[in-house]
Design a binder for this molecule. Structure first.
Ligand code: GFP
Length: 789
């Protein structure tokens, strides 16, 4: 420990000629980061050597939503409190690091899951290293102006980045048609908890081979002089803000192929250093997990690299197939990547050629199995000039897994039905998880201390199943303690929201929170409609015993997703109305916080009473926010969807607020012919609420009847040429949702009973640790070693 402070002193001195207390926050961040990196160097080297000596796995992902590293790293090293004290002695408040940007190299659940998995693998001593992209600009920063979302570039490296080591010596080259670029690795240490094990996240940055063309410069062609540099750097310039819709952009394909090729070359280099040109051990020693379809061009790339080593196609394919496995994260058809063959040929023709060979091999294999022509057609990897990446991954991998029980069943019965019929042994479920280090230990030290006291040790940090011990001590005293902690976290969040967004909220109100990416299927609009219903009822005196409630939203909309942006504006219009209406302003408060990110989430999930998980049944693959809320004692107000189902199974449905249509109801409604217009016309309350989109209650900038609110209204009631009315079943679910919300509101008044439910949720959250999930992957998919706790 004193070591760290000595190292910090030396680093501050050598980098800035300053004493610790003289450093600016970013200088302190950089110096302390470097000091920590120095401290862990030996363990990191030892872990790398260990990984190299056994069967190991790699997590390939286009997104890693790591969040802020400083506190988490100090926490996992077990020195956070000591560093805090030592800095305090120097007159420095450790909270200065709150000014340091998150590393937001991901959009939402998918990227955050990848970050949790790395964290868990490090703690569970699973030899798993990550490979991804070092975007210069991460997910945009969100401002809210006049109720609208405004995007600003996220220059997260502007104060440098102490957590990544540039490894120029291990750079490789990646070639596209007509362009070759350098891929430079940056290594980030992933620090385990209560272990010396440290894993690695290697992120690739694209750079030019020749940065500057002097010839062009001499001819005064200044732009051409730096053209190669710009063209190369553009590849990793920015993270695509994704809305679960696939977009076939050249740059996106380049990003994907870039990091897959670089990572595979890296793995091959390491392998060849051990075994030379004998590739017979490759699949025995390496497993690659493909996080969604984004890294699926790894399969043909590995085949290509092996063929370059002299192998024939069949041998190379066999190795690739045994090495790779694929995780699916969505059933939304529009999110399953399908590349246009022409585009692929234009950017990576060799890869396209190999995909065609794989596609033919599949057809031969299916014929040999006696599969019907009809089914074979449905399984084509290349079909009508389109390359289906999910099909490629399912065929050319060992396993395919969904991310919650229901989701895996939907994959088997629907999305990948034919595949399940032919290759049933490949299908597995791996319900998602979250790391309890960041999402409880670090962000809720008060609750963590209570749990440690009750469980008898802090071993829940590495074995979350120990939480079940809490089941035996849910007494009046513990409930009071829990309620006191919750209140404290609510006060803290109120202060933070005031500071960040300038809005005052009442910590004695219920905090009803929905934070996640903005998407129609996640149905923030349903939540907004429920608030309007309650607003009208309060005004009409129909809810006399209503406990004041603060509805908090946090969400980013993909910049090109007009409806999502309209929903943000609509929520902000509601906020304006209910927060200022004298009849409701003490009973309802609506806050749309700006720039929701990992660090904001750490303050939000701990303070929630109700966790809103309102997706249309069958559409949210799992959800992980729901798990973070549960772990911190919020009750789920959600549909029977994704991991909500498993949450309710673990904690008991009577301890959650589950509402609305289930998958089978949605299927039935679709078959019968769902008619939202009929429901809307038959129910004056629904009509009044939905019509606030068009009746002048709200303003979408004078475009009444023609603007984005009218478009939302039309999509719900009449549908559009490309989508049937109310595609996500808002109107069907609204009445039951409102009643469930009112029931929760009533229940909250009984603080003991409500607190008891919260504690039951915590006690039964053990399953939702990403430690559990990662060990399942290690056992059932990667067949690597792992820590026995
Ligand atoms: C996606 C799915 C979620 C799932 C995560 C991680 O998240 O249901 O929990 O991946 O598997 F939609 P988003 O990126 O869409 O939030």
């Amino acid at each position: 420990m004193s070591n760290i402070m000595e190292k910090l002193e030396l680093t501050a001195q050598s980098m800035y000629c300053k004493k610790i207390e003289e450093l600016t926050p970013s200088e302190l961040h950089l110096s302390l980061g470097k000091a920590v990196m120095g401290e862990i160097a030996d363990n990191w080297e030892a872990s790398k050597a260990k990984h190299n000596s056994e069967r190991r796995a790699y997590y390939f992902s286009a997104e890693f939503l790591m969040g802020r590293m400083m506190y988490n790293n100090l926490y996992c090293l077990g020195i956070l409190d000591d560093v805090k004290k030592m800095l305090k002695k120097k007159g420095v408040d450790i909270n200065v690091f709150e000014d340091i940007d998150d590393a937001a190299l991901g959009n939402g659940g998918l990227g955050r899951l990848a970050a949790c998995y790395l964290d868990s693998a490090a703690t569970m001593e699973v030899p798993l290293d990550g490979y991804g992209i070092r975007y210069k600009y991460g997910l945009f920063k969100q401002l809210i102006k006049d109720g609208y979302q405004v995007e600003v570039a996220d220059d997260w490296q502007r104060f440098d980045d102490p957590w990544c080591l540039r490894r120029e010596d291990e750079a490789v080259t990646v070639s596209f048609k007509g362009q070759t670029v350098k891929a430079v690795p940056y290594d980030m240490a992933v620090i385990g908890c209560k272990t010396t094990n440290i894993n690695t996240l290697r992120l690739w940055q694209a750079e030019a081979i020749n940065e500057f063309d002097f010839q062009a410069f001499n001819n005064t062609e200044y732009n051409r002089a730096v053209q190669e540099k710009n063209d190369a750097e553009n590849i990793t310039k920015v993270l695509y803000p994704n809305d679960n819709k696939y977009e076939g952009k050249v740059l996106r394909l380049k990003q994907q192929y870039f990091f897959c090729s670089a990572s595979l070359q890296d793995i091959m280099r390491r392998y060849k250093a051990k075994h030379g040109n004998d590739f017979s051990f490759f699949a025995k020693e390496n497993a690659i997990q493909l996080n969604d379809t984004h890294p699926v061009c790894s399969i043909p790339e590995l085949v290509r690299l092996l063929m370059n080593e002299g192998m024939n196609f069949d041998e190379a394919f066999e190795i690739a197939r045994k090495t790779c496995a694929y995780t699916n994260h969505t059933v939304l058809g529009e999110a399953l990547e399908k590349w246009h063959a022409d585009l692929m040929m234009q950017v990576i023709p060799e890869i396209y050629h190999i995909i065609c060979l794989i596609a033919n091999k599949l057809q031969e294999e299916l014929t040999a199995k006696g599969i019907s022509e009809d089914m074979k057609a449905k399984m084509r990897i290349v079909d009508a000039n389109t390359v289906h990446m999910a099909r490629l991954a399912t065929y050319a991998g060992t396993y395919v897994n969904g991310v919650a029980k229901l989701h895996t069943e939907i994959l088997k019965d629907d999305v990948l039905k034919e595949w399940y019929q032919v290759y049933p042994e490949r299908f597995q479920n791996k319900t998602n998880g979250i790391t309890q280090r960041r999402w409880l230990g670090l962000c809720n030290p008060e609750l963590a201390a209570l749990i440690t006291e009750k469980v008898g040790s802090d071993n829940w940090l590495i074995d979350l199943s120990l939480l079940s011990k809490l089941n035996d001590c849910i007494d009046a005293k513990t409930i009071t303690k829990f309620n006191t902690i919750k209140k404290k976290k609510k006060v803290q969040l109120a202060e933070y929201i005031k500071k960040m967004d300038g809005v005052e909220i009442n910590p004695d109100s219920i905090y009803d929170i929905q934070v996640k990416r903005l998407h129609e299927y996640k149905r923030q609009l349903l939540n907004a409609f429920s608030i309007m219903t309650i607003y009208f009822r309060i005004k009409e005196g129909k809810l006399p015993n209503w406990t004041p409630t603060t509805f908090i939203f946090g969400a980013k909309a993909a910049p090109g997703y007009a409806r999502a942006k309209a929903i943000i504006k609509y929520i902000n219009e509601i906020a304006d109305l209910v927060n200022n209406d004298p009849d409701t302003k003490d009973k309802l408060k609506v806050v749309f916080i700006s720039n929701y990110n990992v660090s904001y989430a750490e303050k939000i999930v701990v303070a929630a009473d109700l966790s809103e998980q309102t997706s249309t049944a069958g559409l949210e693959a799992s959800g992980t926010g729901n798990m973070k809320f549960m772990l911190n004692g919020a009750l789920t107000l959600g549909t029977y969807d994704g991991a909500n189902i498993e949450i309710a199974e673990c904690a008991g449905e009577e301890n959650e607020y589950i509402f609305g249509a289930r998958v089978e109801d949605i299927e039935r409604l679709k078959k019968e012919g769902y008619d939202p217009k009929k429901l809307y016309e038959a129910n004056p309350e629904i009509k009044k609420v939905v019509d606030t989109l068009i009746d002048g209650t709200f303003d979408d900038d004078g475009a009444q009847g023609e603007g984005s609110f009218a478009e939302l209204h039309n999509a719900l009631i009449n549908g559009t040429s490309w989508q049937e009315a109310d595609h996500y079943f808002h109107i069907y679910d609204l009445p039951l949702y409102v009643e469930t919300k009112i029931r929760a509101n009533k229940d909250y008044a009984n603080r003991k009973e409500f607190g008891k439910k919260c504690l039951i949720n915590i006690a039964n959250a053990g399953k939702f640790s990403s430690d559990r999930a990662i060990v399942e992957y290690a056992k059932d998919i990667w067949h690597t070693s792992y820590r026995k706790v």
